[in-house]
Design a binder for this molecule. Structure first.
Ligand SMILES: NC(=O)c1ccc[n+]([C@@H]2O[C@H](COP(=O)([O-])OP(=O)(O)OC[C@H]3O[C@@H](n4cnc5c(N)ncnc54)[C@H](O)[C@@H]3O)[C@@H](O)[C@H]2O)c1
Ligand SMILES: [Zn+2]
Ligand SMILES: [Zn+2]
Length: 380
């Protein structure tokens, strides 16, 4: 089959690889109709992780079940399913408590597994014609038959639940004010989720005009951090006040507004400054325990200086971590079915698998018109 293979920094190719097969009786095989390129893939693409050449990328997968193992009970050939990017077993101590992003079974020696991702286990990604899904009963989210909402449902593997996770771990409540840093797919979905949860005002900080317009389109207040300190801009608009909740949808590759250089702690610092005392900060943006590509020796070891004393003084809470997609995906699916949510608003391009190398290159440069790419390896 054809698949998107990582060859080395800034180089992916569509290549012929071995077809997946049923390896355990609990597996399913899925024909992939939609699979997205994610900001998380870019960390590997740019050589900013320990990813080795040969990885098949793709953790945001959806398709039609073509075969199931003998122990699969609820999933049948022909079912239309969306797959959470994290792979869970369903029965370990973490999965049982809803922390399916930290499964103890699927990636021995580590809490968490995923498709097509460095350190996340041996699972091939779904930027390919076919995908093997372990523990299929637990991991397949059933979708209505047909082709309706294909792009909306495709957002359920990662960015819609992850954005929602940002709002959930910041405990955004009706009427509250929120600052979301980052207007990439995750940031826009976080802002959108804050609106769904009834926030009164949501500020969205980024520097990419198209992304800021998207924030405005969904009813948020855009803040361009290349035009001046984001926190000062928000406080000025609020007569000096900060906000009650903050969300980091940027992560460790954050840039400074002054020169565009990377400054991995900048968003954390700005959140500590902008969130009012006793407020909460949700951090779905990715931070890594080692960053071989970082200039600074502390950052290389995953250590970032933050104003912890100020954080303590203000009584702020921080909540980090990978999204437990299964905690939210069923309910977010039902919002889509009910017409109450349309996460595909973030999708900019729907392309065949062969277009992946070009799409990676453009998405990585944040080229205008490349916000969220959905690849369609086979017809729906
Ligand atoms: N926790 C999870 O489970 C999970 C899942 C998916 C993605 N992520 C992470 O979420 C983050 C965002 O993902 P994405 O797909 O939206 O990525 P992205 O790279 O498309 O978006 C990041 C945005 O942040 C902006 N930005 C950079 N510096 C900034 C600053 N100082 N202030 C404000 N904005 C700034 C960039 O211009 C960009 O638009 C990534 O770190 C990704 O790895 C986490
Ligand atoms: Zn993703
Ligand atoms: Zn588990």
């Amino acid at each position: 089959m054809k698949a998107v293979v990582y060859e080395g920094p800034f180089n992916v190719q569509v290549e012929e690889v071995e077809d997946p097969r049923i390896e355990a009786p609990t597996d399913a095989l899925v024909r992939v109709t939609s699979t997205c390129i994610c900001g998380s893939d870019l960390h590997m693409y740019e050589g900013r992780t320990k990813a080795e050449p040969g990885i098949v990328f793709g953790h945001e997968n959806q398709g039609i079940v073509e075969e199931v193992g003998s122990a699969v009970v609820t999933v049948r050939s022909g079912d239309r399913v969306n797959l959470p990017f994290n792979i869970g077993c369903g029965f370990c101590n973490n999965c049982e408590r809803g922390y399916t992003g930290f499964c103890l079974t699927v990636n021995p020696g580590f809490a968490g597994g995923a498709y097509g991702y460095v350190n996340m286990g041996p699972y091939k990604g779904g930027q390919a014609e076919h995908l093997r899904v372990p523990f299929a009963d637990f991991n397949c989210l059933q979708l209505p038959e047909g082709e309706e909402h294909e792009a909306d449902f495709a957002m359920l593997s990662d960015i819609f639940p992850t954005g929602y996770h940002g709002a959930a771990i910041a405990e955004v409540n009706p009427g509250e004010t929120v600052a979301v840093f980052g207007a990439g797919p995750v940031g826009i979905m976080a802002a959108y989720s804050c609106m769904l949860r009834g926030a009164s005002v949501v500020y969205v900080v980024d520097r990419v005009p198209e992304r800021l317009s998207k924030a405005e389109e969904i009813g948020c207040v855009p803040i361009d951090f290349s035009r001046g300190d984001a926190v000062d801009q928000i406080r000025e608009m609020r007569g000096g006040d900060g906000v009650m909740k903050g969300i980091d949808a940027v992560g460790y590759q954050a840039q400074s507004g002054q020169d565009g250089e990377e400054q991995p702690n900048i968003v954390l610092e700005e959140l500590i400054r902008v969130v009012n005392p006793t407020g909460k900060i949700g951090i779905p943006g990715l931070y890594v325990p080692s960053d071989p590509g970082a200039g600074d020796p502390h950052a290389r070891a995953g250590m970032l200086p933050i104003s912890f004393g100020r954080l303590f003084e203000k009584g702020l809470s921080l909540h980090t971590g990978q999204c437990n997609v299964k905690r939210y995906n069923r309910y977010l699916r039902d919002l889509i079915v009910a017409g109450r949510a349309r996460p595909s608003l973030i999708v900019s391009n729907e392309l065949p698998l062969d277009a992946a190398p070009d799409a990676y290159e453009k998405f990585d440069r944040r080229v205008e018109g490349y916000t969220k790419v959905v690849l369609h390896p086979v017809a729906a």
